[in-house]
Ligand binder design. Structure first.
Ligand SMILES: NC(=O)c1ccc[n+]([C@@H]2O[C@H](COP(=O)([O-])OP(=O)(O)OC[C@H]3O[C@@H](n4cnc5c(N)ncnc54)[C@H](OP(=O)(O)O)[C@@H]3O)[C@@H](O)[C@H]2O)c1
Length: 336
């Protein structure tokens, strides 16, 4: 079968290759084999290839933390049976260790989710990483109150757009920071209450105006770097900032006094660590919630383009462009 492989950490353009590799073995007890259809290229995939992600695989390795495929074989065990996972069933494939950018993958039955027929492949391919993170950060960790203000950076990202729509759905208000002000109309159309520019606006002053001086009780940051200082200065007393991404790859120049006064807090969030602390039933509940919010159009992922494995270099080049306008998907075997 074909698989994307890297032997060294570094620039994805230099080190990612498509290779013929042996088929994975038959699934053992509790496992399933999936014939993959599509997988997104997420920031975490390319950070892994660059050697910058929080947990790195043994080399050689295959990227790909999520995707959509069709069950090809099922090992013995009760979990797959109980959840209707059988050959021919279309599933979202949540591969926490990576490896989905291949024609076939074997993984635990706990990590595949049967999905309804009315969800298109491109939305099932992006079923978990961003939708789960957006729901868990806003509803489980921060528990953003109805009517409360949430300030977020990277608001034009796929995940940022989901947070905006979750705000409309659950009744919280969003102040959205983007590097390209031209996104304002598009984000307002999705339901953004306010859109600010990281380059043109004085963020703390604008947040003070918008909240009538109360400032933001909740914030999310996926950029890192000096801009985070503005976000901290925009927090209300006892306000909480979750940092969950490092798109700028820069450090935050932090003055401890900005947290001490007002007892503000910065916390880290990583979905894979959070998921490890949840039992099977809680995860099944989260999968159900994602499915129904996807069907309701709340967690839609915008897709910019889909490439075949033979077009991998073009796909990587497209991902690295500014203003790419949505997710880039890789079409694996059997995609329609
Ligand atoms: N902690 C977790 O468990 C977890 C889980 C899921 C996702 N994440 C993180 O969530 C973030 C968003 O993911 P995604 O899949 O939604 O991303 P995405 O759709 O691929 O979009 C990336 C966005 O970030 C913007 N961007 C890139 N570099 C930037 C910079 N240096 N300064 C400002 N904006 C920048 C781009 O803006 P332009 O449109 O202007 O190019 C684009 O809107 C990533 O950091 C990802 O790693 C974390």
């Amino acid at each position: 079968m074909k698989s994307v492989v890297f032997d060294q950490f570094g620039d994805p353009r230099d080190f990612l290759q498509v290779r013929e590799v042996p088929m994975p073995p038959d699934p053992a007890a509790g496992e399933v084999r999936v014939r993959m259809r599509m997988s997104p290229i997420n920031p975490s995939d390319l950070m892994t290839v660059r050697g910058l992600y929080g947990r790195l695989p043994k080399l050689p390795a295959t990227p790909g933390f999520e995707g959509v495929g069709v069950v090809d074989a099922v090992g013995s065990g009760w979990l797959a049976k109980l959840r209707g996972i059988k050959p021919g069933r279309r599933v979202a494939v949540l591969n926490g260790v990576g490896g989905n950018w291949a024609e076939y993958v074997v993984l635990s039955a706990r990590h595949v989710v049967p999905v309804p027929d009315d969800l298109p492949d491109d939305q099932v391919a992006t079923f978990f990483v961003n939708p789960a993170t957006a729901i868990v950060m806003t509803q489980r960790v921060l528990q953003v109150a109805r009517g409360g203000w949430l300030l977020q950076t990277g608001a034009g990202s796929a995940l940022g757009r989901m947070v905006i729509k979750l705000g409309k759905h659950f009744g919280f208000r969003t102040i959205n920071v983007v590097r390209r002000k031209e996104l304002a109309a598009e984000l307002k159309q999705l339901g953004a209450d306010e859109v600010l520019s990281s380059t043109e606006d004085k963020i703390p002053a604008r947040v003070a105006e918008i909240t009538s001086g109360a400032m933001a009780p909740y914030a999310l940051d996926c950029i890192g770097g000096p801009g985070v200082v503005d976000i901290i200065q925009s927090l209300a007393p006892q306000g909480r900032l979750l940092v969950y991404g490092t798109l700028s790859n820069e450090l935050i120049p932090l003055d401890p006094r900005s947290l001490m006064g007002g007892q503000r807090a910065i916390e880290g969030f990583w979905l894979s660590e959070w998921a490890k602390q949840q039992g099977v039933l809680r995860m099944l509940g989260l999968f159900r919630q994602i499915t129904s919010l996807l069907r309701a159009g709340v967690l839609t992922t915008p897709v910019a383009a889909t490439y075949t494995l033979d077009q991998l270099p073009q796909a990587i080049e497209h991902v690295e462009r500014q203003a790419r306008g949505g997710k880039i998907l890789l079409k694996l075997v059997g995609a329609s």
